[in-house]
Design a protein around this ligand. Structure first.
Ligand SMILES: [Ca+2]
Ligand SMILES: [Ca+2]
Ligand SMILES: [Ca+2]
Length: 137
């Protein structure tokens, strides 16, 4: 994907506790994120790219083990959610204002809409139950 709109494709890779930018020509690593302190866990899911706040730079939205990391592709400054065990994430412009909201599910079955700028959470009035019991017929 071309995350920074310079016409050159960027390879962005998540592995263990880091995010990497890889040069599309010689495959050298051009940027490595700080250690996200995810221990030996791998990241899950895909890297989402979109504009999640008021500036025009795109953000990379990445689900680590439980936390969501939001990197500005130019400044590489990032924000991180805390204290909520997220299990999935995607981007969608829920309120149609041209800025993507972060839609995220949690391990206990809740659905959240996060403001990518303030990380303020709006919980949707649904709880998805995990069907862990075997049905008996
Ligand atoms: Ca690029
Ligand atoms: Ca932005
Ligand atoms: Ca929006």
């Amino acid at each position: 994907m071309d995350t920074d709109n310079d016409g050159e494709l960027d390879y962005v890779v998540a592995g263990h506790s880091h995010l990497y930018y890889i040069d599309p020509i010689d495959y050298s690593v051009t940027w490595t994120s700080p250690d996200m302190d995810l221990g030996s866990w791998f990241y899950k899911g895909t890297l989402n790219v979109g504009n999640t706040d008021a500036d025009h730079n795109k953000e990379i939205v990445w689900l680590g083990v439980f936390d969501i990391f939001i990197f500005d592709v130019f400044t590489k400054v990032y924000k991180q959610t805390e204290d909520i065990r997220f299990s999935s994430v995607c981007l969608y412009d829920y309120d149609q204002d041209g800025i993507s909201e972060i839609i995220a599910g949690t391990y206990d079955g809740k659905l959240a809409i996060l403001d990518g700028h303030t990380l303020e959470i709006t919980w949707l009035p649904v709880t998805l139950t995990k069907n862990t019991e075997r049905r008996r017929f």
